[in-house]
Design a protein around this ligand. Structure first.
Ligand code: LLP
Length: 451
């Protein structure tokens, strides 16, 4: 359920007509719905309320400051994976205690910055407190963070908290590129190694190893892999307790699905129905739960608006060439992902009732929806039944709020698109479209390396 609807054949986001909006902002443009973002956040919070989780929005999915600010005001924390995301979370006004920091390759400067020191990261001046939790991916990373923490004089009660990322060797049944919880991936440490990890570092004074973190992949469209992973992790917590190590923080990661095709993903309540019973008693006994959802909140809170440049035929195929391509939305090219695409202005018989590849309406014609780039892999959809479209028509690419803008590039020297946040009848430009001056600024202003 989201807030993108057809009214008299015209697509609206909340109370904003998207054809009118695109005429003002130009295309390609990402449009987000405040109401959908809030709804999805609240649904998750309600479904998991019995666990009183700290819900840390996964910044990588939709990093716009206005989106982070909105979720932060609802009480969300942030899951960050770089100094840049940390900066965003801080600028959005999220208290440092509600920030968790994951990622296999944290640099010294990023770590110092996260600990509240001044790294070389052009830090945000207002906030110098340490973040809530470091999610740790390896032994050398633990040692590095502990050493930096020590050098900053942090120890005992003021030392930062670490959650060891464990790899439970569970198949999340998703795309190979976004599978993380199987043994052969680069993420976390396996369960055997985790025990040794606690024996080695579990009493460190400068980095308190009191948490576990598990993230198995994204999107995981079934609840069973979560249950399996969680059971293994709870077993590990009990074993560690037997050895005298208390785990009081459990970060469940992200990975819940989103409805790319109507009805395809479990609802927040379905995930919660399987997960909450496994954790409720432990939470009563003091276990703190962290969650890191991204996609399930943001994906259906955004569409990408793109203008049809040309309709061309080649052999038996029809191509709809748009001003958005794999540079704007990379998911179809990279993962073969499905995004429902439909004109923003349609005749009454073409108002779609579902977001299936073929919504089963009369008079559709199959076409590839492609971008302007010089790559055969530059497509948004293949062999897609669509109403007739012509040059100048506006198309909406649905479910584009997560991993859309955040993975956009300037490939072929196209400036990055604009972003708009809608709230009722109000539409706010929350990122202006890049100009050619923006595109070239770093080269025009380049300096000597100083050797
Ligand atoms: N926590 C960790 C440690 C993660 O690695 C991720 C996603 C999340 C949380 C958030 O997962 P979510 O709730 O959004 O599923 N670019 C891909 C997705 C990559 C996900 C990377 N990690 C895509 O477009 O599908």
């Amino acid at each position: 359920m989201d807030h993108f609807h057809y009214r008299d054949g015209r697509l609206a986001c909340e109370d904003i007509d998207l054809g009118t909006l695109a005429a003002t902002t130009g295309t390609p443009t990402y449009v987000y719905s405040s109401a959908t973002l809030s709804l999805h956040y609240r649904r998750l919070a309600e479904a998991f309320a019995a666990l009183r989780p700290m819900i840390c929005f996964s910044v990588k999915s939709c990093p716009n400051l206005a989106v982070l600010g909105l979720l932060g005001e609802l009480g969300a924390g942030m899951d960050v994976v770089s100094g840049g995301e940390l900066r965003r979370a801080r600028m959005a006004g999220v208290p440092p205690e509600r920030i968790v920091y994951a990622g296999v390759g944290k640099t010294d400067a990023e770590i110092r910055e996260a600990l509240g020191g001044t790294g070389s990261l052009n830090a945000h001046p207002h906030e110098r407190r340490s973040i809530g939790v470091f999610n740790i991916e390896s032994e050398p990373e633990f040692q590095t963070i502990a050493a930096i923490s020590k050098s900053m004089g942090l120890s005992g009660g003021s030392a930062p908290v670490a959650a060891l990322r464990v790899n439970p060797d569970v198949d999340p049944k998703t795309h190979a590129y976004t599978t993380t919880g199987k043994k052969e991936t680069k993420f976390g440490v396996d369960l055997e190694r985790a025990r040794a990890f606690f024996r080695r570092f579990g009493r460190d004074q400068h980095l308190r190893l009191t948490g576990l973190h598990v993230h198995i992949g994204s999107p995981v469209m079934e609840v069973q892999p979560f249950v399996e992973a969680l059971s293994k992790v709870l077993g590990l917590i009990d074993e560690l307790a037997g050895e005298g190590y208390t785990v009081d923080t459990l970060d469940l990661g992200g990975g819940f699905g989103a409805d790319y095709t109507t009805g395809a993903s479990p609802a927040a309540a379905d995930y919660a129905g399987a997960i909450v019973p496994l954790l409720r008693d432990r939470v009563e006994q003091g276990l703190r739960i962290i969650m890191e959802p991204g996609r399930t909140i943001a994906a259906n809170a955004g569409v990408l608006l793109t203008r049809v440049l040309y309709v061309k035929e080649s052999g038996a195929k029809k191509f709809i060439v748009c001003d958005a391509g794999m540079n704007t939305l990379m998911r179809p090219a990279l993962y073969g992902s499905f995004h429902f695409i439909w004109p923003a202005d349609v005749a009454p018989q073409h108002v779609p009732e579902s977001r299936a590849a073929d919504p089963g309406l009369p008079g559709l014609e199959s076409a590839d929806v492609v971008g302007p780039l010089c790559e055969t892999g530059d497509f948004l959809a293949k062999d897609r039944p669509l109403p007739p479209v012509a040059r100048g028509d506006l198309l909406a690419v649905f479910s584009a709020g997560a991993y859309g803008m955040s993975m956009a590039s300037r490939y072929n020297s196209h400036p990055l698109p604009a972003e708009v946040l809608v709230d009722g009848a109000h539409a706010r430009l929350v990122r202006r479209r890049e100009t050619y001056d923006d595109l070239l600024a770093h080269e025009v202003d380049a300096e000597s390396v100083g050797l």
